[in-house]
Design a protein around this ligand. Structure first.
Ligand code: GLU
Length: 463
């Protein structure tokens, strides 16, 4: 069997988009599932719009998502000699020719053709002029005038194109740089790519590429065009729908495994399973189960998955991921094991690391900031006596285990003939500044005796 080779060839004209990340993921998973190779290639021939910063942003995002490539990154701008070699072949065999039509002339003839009711495509003027290399000359592909080109798409089924409809496309611009449709074919041929899995916005490019393969006498890869990702209003996913950059999701406190799990389900399914480990994805991924219709981006589902993965992780592994968010809030500098214990109490309660960083604040500050409404409602003079008793009871404890704490609280409320809830909520406000938090004994356990007593006394003083 031929080895399976897939590739992801982003153009570095911006960040890694959610849609691009899904394409990369499908190529990665298909290669891994089949024991094949996954190539990363940077399509930087648009020299005006390509930037180093974009290359870095794309590589960072690929690394963050752990989409490890086996070969590359290749850079098209370092492969100009190879494209030149293949162009020479096409020129020699008459599949390509030089053209010196100026953009103004082309535009004029295009308009005239439209006015005369003809198709506005290149009219073939330079096809047989026998031009050779020279300034301001492009190289065009001689497209067959008749016949049909078939794209046997693995997802969409066969799609037929009339060659007559296709233009004599430019293969090399006058600055000597190849165009996308040509470079992509040469790259895929020379890198032995056997599966081209990409967004279906490229379906219309594919017949042109197939004709170039044929002119080069190269065998075709299989093509799989994946339907677009839409926003909830069913228009193509864009910034209007929210963040579209992979790294924005990192900054919003998403875990890479949650985003991966989310992306894979945008267009692929395995029964009704929703949660997949990386190993399961590699085991089950197949192109047969990529859907034919566009997937709709659903931010709530992504949040749900992120909450799931936050719960799943060990607290120790979340701490380093949380630290940049703490630093941004001026909350760094606490020992790792303390943070891990605080994190553990919050894992079941947050959807993102941003929420976690906000929620963990009360553990880390010197003095809690009390929500004024909560203070007014719960830190009342009626609580002075219960707090005095509780402070004394807790102070007398040697160890703050759950059992001891429970007994101390029960003893105090018992003596005063109160319900536990009556005292618990004011204590929560005193310790956290708010009425919503993890379980009271969990908080007390993490904060430790000294801090707990200090906060109870501070609250007692303001009653
Ligand atoms: N550079 C192209 C893009 O980013 C690659 C398309 C392809 O996979 O052939 O859309």
């Amino acid at each position: 069997m031929e080895p399976i080779v897939t590739r992801f060839p982003p153009s570095p004209t911006g960040y890694l988009h959610i849609g691009g990340a899904r394409t990369a993921l499908f190529n990665y998973l298909f290669a891994r599932h089949n024991g094949g190779k996954f190539i990363l290639r940077i399509e930087d021939t648009d020299v005006v719009r390509s930037t180093e910063a974009s290359i870095k942003a794309i590589l960072d995002a690929m690394e963050w998502l752990q989409l490890e490539w086996d070969e590359g990154p290749h850079y098209q701008m370092q492969r100009l000699d190879i494209y030149r070699e293949y162009l020479d072949k096409l020129l020699e065999t008459g599949h390509a020719y030089y053209c010196d039509c100026s953009p103004e002339d082309l535009e004029e003839r295009r308009k005239a053709a439209m006015a005369a009711g003809r198709k506005p495509k290149y009219d073939g003027r330079c096809r047989d002029r026998g031009l050779t290399a020279g300034p301001n000359r492009v190289i065009r592909f001689r497209c067959p005038d008749s016949g049909t080109t078939v794209l046997n798409d693995l997802i969409k089924g066969p799609i037929f194109f009339n060659n007559e409809e296709l233009d004599d496309l430019v293969l090399q611009r006058s600055d000597g740089i190849p165009t996308y449709n040509f470079a992509v074919v040469v790259d895929d041929v020379t890198m032995n790519v056997s599966y081209v899995i990409r967004g279906d916005d490229h379906v219309n490019n594919t017949p042109r590429q197939i004709l170039i393969y044929q002119a080069l006498g190269a065998s075709l890869p299989r093509f799989a065009h994946v339907p677009m990702i839409l926003g909830e209003d069913r228009t193509r996913l864009s910034k209007r729908h929210g963040a579209t950059s992979v790294m924005d999701y990192k900054e919003m406190g998403f875990l890479p495994e949650a985003l991966i799990n989310y992306l894979v389900r945008l267009g692929w399914s395995h029964g009704d399973q929703e949660i997949f480990s990386r190993e399961e994805l590699i085991e089950h991924f197949s192109l047969e189960n990529v859907g034919k219709s566009a997937a709709v981006f659903n931010p709530e589902k992504l949040l749900w998955l992120n909450a799931h993965y936050i719960k799943e992780r060990t607290p120790e592994s979340l701490v380093p991921l949380l630290e940049p968010f703490l630093a941004a809030r001026g909350l760094s500098g606490r020992p790792q094991d303390f943070l891990a214990r605080a994190v553990q109490t919050l894992q079941p309660r947050v959807h993102t690391l941003v929420e976690m960083a906000d929620a963990i604040k009360f553990y880390l500050v010197e003095e809690v900031e009390c929500d004024p409404a909560a203070a007014k409602k719960f830190l009342t003079p009626a609580m002075q006596e219960p707090f005095d008793k509780l402070i004394a009871a807790l102070d007398a404890l040697d160890s703050f285990n759950h059992e001891n704490l429970e007994a101390a609280f029960q003893q105090v409320v018992g003596e005063l003939g109160l319900k536990l809830g009556k005292v618990a909520q004011p204590v929560r406000v005193a310790l956290t500044g708010s009425t919503v938090s993890p379980g009271l004994f969990e908080i007390i356990d993490v904060l430790g005796k000294e801090t707990v007593l200090k906060r109870l006394k501070a609250a007692r003083d303001r009653m």
